[in-house]
Design a protein around this ligand. Structure first.
Ligand SMILES: Nc1ncnc2c1ncn2[C@@H]1O[C@H](COP(=O)(O)OP(=O)(O)OP(=O)(O)O)[C@@H](O)[C@H]1O
Ligand SMILES: Nc1ccn([C@H]2C[C@H](O)[C@@H](COP(=O)(O)O)O2)c(=O)n1
Length: 381
C-alpha cells in the first residue's frame, strides 16, 4: 500500500482512539491531497454536545476552506452517514476510503448513485475484490484483515456507546438465530448483522470444520473419541470451500451429537456472543444454550419441500447434479438427528419469535426478521 494511504488510515485510527479516550464515539477521519495529510478530525458529538460534529465533518472543518477538493481523498474509519455522504457530494470530493464497513454499512446506494467512488479493496495476491472492506491499495488478504480488524474492534465499541438499547447487558446486544438446515437462517443472520451493525458468527461452520477434520484424520464421525480429536482443527480450515458441501453438512450433523464436541466448541461461541458491542450468531442452540440471555431470538423455519428446492437450486447453480429426492431424504435425516439428539437438540426457545419462510422471498423474510427483532427489542425497553 502506498505510504500516504497507510499514514492516512493510521491517522483515522489514532483519531478514533482519541475520541474514545475523550469519552466520545470512536470514529476518525483524514483528508489528503497528493502525499500530504491536510487535516484530521474525529467525532465530537458527545464531547461538544454537537449533533452534527461527525468525524468527517470535524476533519473538513479542521481543513478550513479549500478552493477545490478535486485532488483530495477523504478517509474515514467507518462508513459515512447520509449527512457526511451529502457533504462529500456537495464538496465534490472524488475519492472516499472507508477503513471498515462490516460493522456498519451506510448509504452505499446514495454514494453510488451520485458517483462517489468509495474505493474497494483488492487482494494483491489473490486479485479478489472485497465488497465489504474498502481499504484501498495493494494489500494481501491477511494484511487487510489486520488493518480492518483494529478499526472493526473500535467500531464495535462505538455500537455499544451509541446505542443504549444495545448495552442492555452492559455487553451489547445479542441476537440469536436458530433453525433447521437450509431454512434461510444464515441469509437472515447476515442481513441482520449488516442492518444492526453487529459481527456475525455462523456456528454451523465450526461443526462443519470438526466433521471435515474428522474425515481428514480418517476418523469415524459417529465415534465420540474420533470426533473429539477433530475439535483441534486449525483455523485455516474454516476457509476450506469443502466445508460448504452437503457431504460435510452431513458429517457436521453426525459429530454434533457428541457432548464432548459441543463442550469443546462452547467457549468459542460464548465469547463471540458476549464480546463488547454485541453479536449475532446463527445455529441450532444459540437461543437455548449458547446465549440464553439474548436480547432477541428468532427461530427461522421452512417446510422440507421449500428447503429441498432451495438446496437443489443452489446445486444446479454450481453445476452439481443431485436429485431433489436425495436432497429431501438427506434434509429429513439431518433434521431428525439435530432435533432428537440428547445434548442441545434443535428446539424453539420459549421466548423466540418463529419466522416461517416457505412462502416468503428472501427480501420478505429479511424484512420480517428485522421487524421481529425491532419488536422484541421494543418489548425489552
Ligand atoms: N426466503 C428465501 N426464499 C428463497 N430462497 C432462500 C430464502 N432464504 C434463503 N434462501 C436460499 O436458500 C439457501 C439456503 O439458505 P441459507 O444458507 O441462508 O440457509 P441456512 O439455514 O443458513 O443453511 P445451513 O443450514 O446450510 O447453514 C441459499 O441458497 C439461500 O440463498
Ligand atoms: N449451533 C449449531 C450449529 C450447527 N450444528 C450442527 C448441526 C447441523 O446439522 C450441522 C451443520 O450446520 P449448518 O451449517 O447446516 O447450519 O452442525 C449444531 O449442532 N449446533
Amino acid at each position: 500500500m502506498s505510504g500516504i494511504r497507510q499514514r492516512a488510515i493510521d491517522a483515522c485510527y489514532e483519531q478514533a482512539l482519541k475520541s474514545y479516550h475523550e469519552g466520545g464515539l470512536p470514529i476518525g477521519s483524514t483528508l489528503t491531497r497528493g502525499d500530504e495529510i491536510i487535516a484530521v478530525g474525529h467525532n465530537r458529538r458527545v464531547q461538544q454536545g454537537n449533533p452534527i460534529l461527525h468525524g468527517e465533518m470535524d476533519c473538513l472543518q479542521n481543513a478550513g476552506r479549500q478552493t477545490s477538493y478535486r485532488d483530495c481523498t477523504l478517509y474515514t474509519s467507518l462508513s459515512p452517514c447520509m449527512m457526511c455522504s451529502g457533504t462529500i457530494v456537495q464538496f465534490k470530493i472524488p475519492h472516499v476510503v472507508i477503513c471498515e464497513n462490516r460493522s456498519h454499512l451506510r448509504e452505499p446506494q446514495f454514494r453510488r448513485e451520485r458517483a462517489v467512488p468509495a474505493r474497494s479493496w483488492r487482494c494483491r495476491r489473490h486479485r479478489r475484490r472485497s465488497p465489504l472492506h474498502r481499504i484501498d491499495g495493494a494489500l494481501h488478504c491477511r494484511e487487510r484483515r489486520a488493518m480492518g480488524g483494529r478499526h472493526r474492534r473500535l467500531n464495535r465499541t462505538r455500537l455499544s456507546l451509541a446505542n443504549p438499547g444495545a448495552a442492555r447487558h452492559g455487553n451489547g446486544m445479542i441476537i440469536a438465530v436458530d433453525g433447521p438446515t437450509a431454512s434461510g437462517k444464515g441469509t437472515i443472520a447476515r442481513a441482520l448483522a449488516a442492518h444492526f451493525g453487529l459481527p456475525h458468527l455462523d456456528t454451523g461452520l465450526l461443526y462443519r470444520a470438526v466433521g471435515r477434520q474428522c474425515a481428514l484424520n480418517g476418523g469415524n464421525p459417529d465415534d465420540p473419541a474420533d470426533a473429539r480429536a477433530a475439535c483441534t482443527f486449525p483455523d485455516s480450515l474454516l476457509d476450506d470451500p469443502e466445508l460448504r458441501s452437503e457431504a460435510t453438512g452431513g458429517l457436521a450433523s453426525r459429530v454434533s451429537i457428541h457432548s464432548d464436541v459441543r463442550k469443546a466448541l462452547y467457549e468459542r461461541q460464548r465469547s463471540f456472543a458476549t464480546q463488547p458491542g454485541g453479536a449475532i450468531l446463527d445455529g441450532r442452540d444459540i437461543g437455548t444454550v449458547i446465549a440464553p440471555e439474548a436480547d432477541a431470538k428468532l427461530f427461522v423455519t421452512a417446510s422440507v419441500e421449500a428447503r429441498a428446492e432451495r438446496r437443489h437450486s443452489e446445486m444446479l447453480e454450481q453445476d452439481r447434479a443431485v436429485s431433489i429426492e436425495d436432497i429431501t431424504a438427506d434434509l429429513a435425516a439431518r433434521d431428525k438427528r439435530d432435533r432428537t439428539r440428547k445434548d442441545s437438540p434443535l428446539v424453539v426457545a420459549e421466548d423466540a419469535l418463529v419466522i416461517e419462510t416457505s412462502g416468503l422471498r428472501r427480501e420478505e423474510a429479511i424484512a420480517a426478521a428485522i421487524a421481529a427483532v425491532d419488536a422484541l427489542l421494543a418489548e425489552h425497553r
